[in-house]
Design a protein around this ligand. Structure first.
Ligand code: PBG
Length: 340
């Protein structure tokens, strides 16, 4: 073979000039060199911190299935968010834990719900913090399903009306983004229309576009007391074996007006993150969910893995796969680690 050097920008062909001329270890020699050629970046600015808000005052109760995460009343929520924001986390996602549940989830869309109060308090104390709100009825219904029931079936189209009402409530309280997580067909369009009609053209929609029916939501369901009373969510969440379908879900949500699309969970679905990013080129979010969090915490507690390294490794993997932003319960801790 001659000494002809070829430059392959895609980097997919083996180098023409083999060892000993090519030594990939040269670029791994020191941290300074590694940093110079590092491909994916991870910064606090990429992270969104999910928080749970409950009724009461001065409440900060650890969630048993998610050690290190808390149910906070509005006053303590503000403190939690302020600390993360100080470390550089730009955004929080709120989940409400209402005291009262009913068949239609009226605490979600009625006056003065827990989320509306929490959003207002956060915006007042931390005007630069972005506040995202979860749009889903499940924590608010006594049956634990995401919408209006007809017998044992979740009625898609009647649920849309209530979701749209919920989103408008949240926007009028000051939410910057609404994040529909229910997987009803047509919800993004219904929410966009309702927001626009109510004068909230500037409020964005981050849709849980590819949400899989996953075992990794287990700890969250304990945390939010939202396990369904009967049945499961496989009739509206996606089959873990499918990826073409994820692209269809994303395409529909974008057509209906989603500004950012999310893939959830994150680690078991990194291939989906990459395909969505490559195919659509829009901002993509990934959600490192409660089960992913709990696994790392549990393994680290037993000294099976190094907690800090594992946190940062999973987060940078999600960025490498193509996610622009990451929802993670490690947001505040990771931001502290990243700042050194
Ligand atoms: C729905 C919602 C869920 C999660 C985020 N939004 C629960 C579910 O689908 O059961 C799960 C997040 C997690 O597991 O961390 N409101």
């Amino acid at each position: 073979m001659g000494a002809k050097k070829t430059c392959d920008p895609a980097g997919v062909r083996p180098a023409d000039v083999p060892f000993p001329t090519t030594r990939l270890r040269r670029l791994r020699r020191t941290e300074a060199v590694r940093a110079l050629v590092r491909e994916a970046s991870l910064a606090p600015a990429d992270l969104v911190y999910p928080l749970f808000v409950c009724e009461g005052r001065g409440v900060r109760r650890e969630i048993p299935s998610m050690p290190g995460q808390f149910h906070c009343s509005v006053d303590r929520l503000v403190e939690e968010a302020a600390e993360a924001h100080e470390r550089g986390v730009p955004a929080v996602l709120l989940f409400g834990l209402p005291d009262r549940k009913d068949a239609l989830g009226s605490e979600a869309w009625g006056d003065e719900g827990i989320i509306a109060r929490a959003v207002r308090a956060l915006k007042e104390a931390l005007p630069d913090l972005l506040v995202l709100t979860d749009v889903c009825l499940r924590q608010y219904t006594d049956h634990g399903h995401c919408g209006v029931l007809d017998g044992t079936d979740v009625e898609n189209d009647r649920t849309l009306e209530l979701l749209a009402k919920t989103a408008v409530r949240q926007a009028s309280a000051g939410a910057d983004f609404v994040a529909p997580s229910d997987m009803m067909d047509g919800r993004v369009g219904a929410i966009r229309r309702a927001l626009d009609e109510a004068g909230f053209q500037g409020v964005s929609i981050l849709s849980y576009a590819a949400k899989y029916a996953s075992a990794f939501y287990g700890p969250f369901r304990d945390a939010a007391a939202s396990a369904p009373r009967f049945g499961d969510r496989r009739s509206y969440q996606m089959d873990p074996a499918n990826s073409q379908e994820a692209l269809r879900e994303v395409a529909l949500d974008l057509e209906e007006g989603a500004d950012i699309v999310m893939v959830k969970p994150a680690l078991p679905y990194l291939d989906i993150v990459r395909r969505v990013k490559d195919r659509f080129g829009v901002p993509v979010a990934a959600y490192q969910v409660s089960g992913e969090y709990a696994m790392l915490v549990a393994a680290a507690e037993r000294n099976m893995i190094d907690r800090e390294r594992a946190i940062l490794e999973t987060l940078v993997s999600i960025r490498r796969a193509g996610a622009d932003l990451i929802f993670t319960y490690f947001a505040s801790e990771a931001a502290r680690l990243l700042r050194g």
